[in-house]
Write a protein that binds this ligand. Structure first.
Ligand code: CUA
Length: 262
């Protein structure tokens, strides 16, 4: 059982609105796969018994070039195509079509790299500061251009994603180097993060808590260590966190401006 009463097969608790639908799909696929296994098993035993060696009977075998029946394979093929068309694709397109409008969501940019997750939040102005690969450094892994007025109130984090509960958030994701894959098992969805391309993924967290972010695409020697955390907080706690980060950032910018003019 998961937190909202749905049945799951060995999965950690669901923490998003659509998570139990995904679990329902996975449970259904397991049920029909077990059914297929049992039917094939029974058929196999039937054949072994029915066509066993008997006194006075000689086996007949197909000659080279002679066609065997495609019917059993055809049934399985049709069944699996039906599973994909009737359940898999509709679920996927529903998730994609139901991407919440940007105005009702928190939009966060994600830049993956070997081996970290970098997040950028637009500040109170709602605008993301410009990014420029030429500005990338150890202290500025996303290459955010601090000269851009829109960047002044942006917040960045590494490996820690903070989001409010009961509000959709949309990740706009890209990668600096190789293909990574953003996965939060409790959220029941994942998406490749591809260099030179923007992919999106959305969630509406339904339960406050801390959940692990994992990279689900083999991306190099540090792949298994490419982990992070998503902290789902109440709206008030999230606002408090954001305010503190912003104050820290503004104070730091002021400090460096003061030291550069002195
Ligand atoms: Cu990034 Cu595996």
């Amino acid at each position: 059982m998961n937190s909202d009463g749905g049945f799951t097969i060995g999965m950690p608790p669901v923490a998003t609105t659509y998570g139990s639908d995904i679990d329902g799909l996975m449970t259904w696929l397991h049920v029909v796969m077990v059914a297929m296994f049992v039917i094939w098993g029974v058929y196999l035993v039937y054949c072994v018994v029915q066509y066993r060696a008997k006194d006075g009977e000689r086996g007949t075998y197909h000659q080279a070039g002679e066609k065997s029946s495609f019917i059993p394979d055809g049934i399985i093929l049709a069944f699996e195509v039906w599973l994909i068309l009737a359940f898999g694709i509709p679920m996927w397109s529903e998730l994609k079509e139901e991407t919440p409008p940007a105005k009702d969501s928190l939009e966060i940019r994600l830049v993956a790299e070997q081996f970290a997750w970098n997040f950028q939040y637009a500040g109170p102005d709602g605008k993301f500061g410009r990014r420029d690969p030429k500005l990338i450094s150890a202290s500025n892994p996303m290459g955010i251009d601090d000269e851009d007025p829109a960047a002044k109130d942006d917040i960045t984090t590494v490996n820690n994603l903070y989001v409010p509960v009961d509000k959709p958030f949309i990740l706009r994701m890209t990668s600096k180097d190789v293909i990574h894959d953003f996965q939060v098992t409790n959220f029941r969805n994942k998406q490749d993060v591809v260099p030179g391309m923007m992919t999106t993924l959305w969630f509406e967290p339904s339960t406050v808590g801390k959940y692990e972010i994992a990279c689900a695409q083999l991306c190099g020697l540090g792949h298994t260590k490419m982990v992070g955390n998503v902290f789902v907080k109440s709206q008030a706690e999230y606002d408090e966190w954001f305010k503190e980060e912003l104050e820290y950032k503004l104070a730091e910018a002021e400090g460096s401006a003061a030291s550069s003019t002195s």
